[in-house]
Design a binder for this molecule. Structure first.
Ligand code: FES
Length: 224
């Protein structure tokens, strides 16, 4: 169990804007301990109880950079604002040296921080290029101890067809509300646990063979 951290916003920068959405980098102080790539939840006092998901981009000396998605007309956190941050993630599988992560350009901001832990990240667009690229890398002898896929359920199905003997992990991209395993908004349907698994507690990575991809297709958030 980890506890709420009362943090302060040091700076806020817009990284990207697309249609009605924009992605902001929040630099904050006062966070106890997090690792790059972890998912945290946060709320601002002025918006309570609304909370958002953010990815830890960097963390050092009590200062963290978080990347979060906002709607274009949302008020952005300002320097000096208070921010309550929490996470309860104790990932069941760790990503690090020897891990290959495959993702799309739009979702790169969620997984790129894992490179700081030694993972290799492969970013691609069209499926044909993706599978061909992976095959070429395998044939070239570039082997990984584990493969992690941060892709939509339809692409996961395609991966199974292309690489039936692989045993990858998937990124369950679920919307979250409580972040402590209580509200069930982020539960993933798995074959060996009737209650499902809370992504906010043991995710975001799950063995692909455990997960019901049909249900995930309707439950997961878009990979943006
Ligand atoms: S966000 Fe509530 S159970 Fe995960």
């Amino acid at each position: 169990m980890r506890f709420l951290s009362e943090t302060k916003v040091l700076a806020c920068h817009e990284l990207r804007r697309e249609g009605a959405r924009r992605w902001l980098r929040l630099e904050i102080s006062g966070l106890a301990s997090v690792s790059p790539g972890e998912t945290v939840l946060f709320s601002e006092d002025r918006h309570s109880p609304r909370c958002r998901i953010a990815t830890v981009e960097t963390f050092a000396d009590g200062r963290a950079a978080l990347v979060a998605k906002f709607e274009a007309d949302d008020l952005e956190p300002a320097a000096g604002n208070a921010l309550t941050v929490w996470l309860n993630e104790t990932a069941a599988v760790s990503v690090g040296a020897g891990s290959l992560i495959v993702t799309t350009p739009a979702f790169l901001y969620r997984v790129a921080p894992f490179e700081q832990r030694g993972a290799t990240v492969l970013v691609t667009g069209a499926d044909a290029d993706l599978w061909q690229n992976l095959r070429q890398r395998v044939e070239a002898g570039l082997a990984w101890t584990s493969v992690f896929l941060a892709l939509e359920p339809a692409r996961l199905q395609a991966f199974i067809v292309e690489f039936p003997d692989a045993n990858p992990y998937l990124f369950a991209n679920m919307d979250m509300s409580c972040g402590v395993g209580a509200c069930r908004s982020c539960h993933v349907t798995v074959s060996d646990n009737m209650d499902g698994e809370a992504s906010c507690r043991v995710g975001p990575w799950f063995a692909l063979k455990r997960v019901n991809l049909v249900r995930l297709k309707f439950a997961s958030a878009p990979f943006i």
